[in-house]
Design a binder for this molecule. Structure first.
Ligand code: PLP
Length: 425
């Protein structure tokens, strides 16, 4: 029987026309759990993590998985067991890490709008570090920590004003973005932080954007951050760790981002050359750890020929896969069951009542109703961004580990969706 690995997806292969993730046939998962269904390869996640671990071999470095990319508990467990810390951006994410068995001392807390309640809870469990994004936040965190008789470990997220050359919605390190403390205010902010009794300065961090596919922006950002480290330490404020954020891109449609180990070799060489090789390092990768480890399995509901376009209507939609509607993003779509019928060009669309509910434009497919398709590169920023729009239950999720398939999230039904609502008297 013919078997072929999908290019760029070593843990996904076709066998006799049937798509498999590791040793599991997707048609079997669809029969057992229904569609749309997110399916993740544990081996692919660990392989992606392994590239970072190789890049940091011999260094004092902590990889904190940016769980906004995919915050399902089963995914967090895989990374916690592999020794990762976590980059969180909300109190909800904090509770998820704890529920998945992550250690508070391995958590860093990013985000421009932390509330007092979130700060209190994070201090209560003693997280590793608050990545503070403004001078006003320094004051609030100080007040909360003093009130609790605690000292909050802080790193300042500086905005290096570097163009990551990615989609504007996922650029975060430019002057005009809401993120971080402006580079030219950072020294002042560090002096302020060091003067506050409830804070202890421990680090510096930056994050310039997401889906970055070239090395240059990272090196530019690092130079800007190191300039600041040197300036801050000249003031007698020691910086214990440097956190370079996340942002490394993945291949959705022919992009060729550097491999994580190759990227870090270059960054570390620059760090060494500037005399900072001894520093403790942190990074916050999200997409590059899970993006290509996941796919969304969907069933073809109807084929609808049109005068201008043919539509292939599937049971996944923009509420499951929001990236096309949000960023005009591309996801490859491949057959998961043996192709049938004549090949034609389709707009692949979901059932949601929006013309923005598209999953792929102009896709050449040989399909009939009832066939299964796999929307690739759906491990990151899909399930974690999924909504209930049109009162659609969120999809189920399965984690594949070799020949075993673990249901890590059951499909949401209408009762689940209405549970928090109250009828009028
Ligand atoms: N760290 C911070 C502060 C972020 O805002 C993000 C994403 O926007 C990440 C890490 C993860 O980025 P990525 O998923 O591109 O690696």
């Amino acid at each position: 029987m013919s078997s072929s690995v999908l290019p760029g997806h070593p843990h996904i292969h076709h066998e006799g026309g049937h798509l498999h993730v590791e040793g599991v046939r997707l048609a079997d998962l669809a029969a057992a759990h229904g569609t749309p269904l997110f399916v993740y390869s544990k081996a692919a996640m660990l392989a992606a993590l392994g590239a970072y671990q190789r890049g940091f071999a011999g260094r004092k470095a902590k990889i904190c998985y940016a769980m906004k990319a995919n915050s399902s508990l089963g995914i967090l467990q895989v990374f916690a067991r592999a020794g990762c810390g976590f980059d969180i951006v909300s109190g909800g994410e904090l509770e998820r890490v704890l529920a998945a068995g992550g250690q508070p001392g391995d958590i860093i807390f990013s985000g421009v709008g932390k509330t007092r309640r979130e700060m209190r809870r994070a201090l209560e469990v003693s997280i590793a570090c608050f990545n503070v994004e403004s001078e006003a936040e320094l004051d609030t965190l100080n007040a909360v920590a003093v009130e609790m008789g605690r000292t909050a470990p802080v790193s300042l997220r500086v905005n290096p004003d570097v163009d990551p050359k990615t989609h504007p919605y996922i650029s975060t390190g430019l002057k005009g973005n809401k993120f971080g403390v402006a580079h030219d205010r950072a020294l002042h902010a560090y002096r302020h932080a060091a003067s506050l009794p409830g804070l202890r300065v421990v680090g510096i961090d930056c994050h310039i954007g997401s889906q970055i596919t070239t090395t240059g922006p990272y090196l530019d950002a690092m130079d800007r951050v190191l300039d600041l480290v040197e300036a801050v330490e000249r003031e007698g404020i020691p910086i214990h760790h440097i956190d370079f954020g996340g942002g490394l891109g993945i291949t959705y449609n022919g992009e060729q981002p550097p491999a994580a180990d190759a990227l870090w070799q270059q960054i570390l060489a620059r760090l060494d050359a500037r005399g900072h090789g001894h520093r403790a390092l942190m990074i916050e990768p999200g997409r590059s750890l899970v993006g290509n480890a996941g796919l969304c399995l969907t069933e073809v509901l109807y084929l609808k020929p049109g005068t201008d376009k043919n539509f292939c209507i599937v049971d996944a939609a923009m509420n499951d896969l929001p990236r096309p509607a949000m960023y005009q993003a591309f996801h490859a779509i491949v057959p998961a069951t043996p192709p049938q019928g004549a090949s034609a060009t389709y707009e692949v669309v979901g059932p949601v009542c929006e013309s923005g509910d598209w999953i792929g434009h102009d896709r050449e497919l040989a399909v009939r109703a009832g066939d299964l398709l796999a929307v690739l590169s759906a491990g990151a920023y899909c399930m974690s961004m999924a909504s209930n729009y049109n009162t659609r239950g969120r999809a189920a999720e399965v984690l594949v580990d070799g020949d075993a398939a673990h249901l890590i999230r059951a499909r949401e039904d209408a009762a689940d969706q209405m549970r928090m609502e109250r009828l009028l008297a």
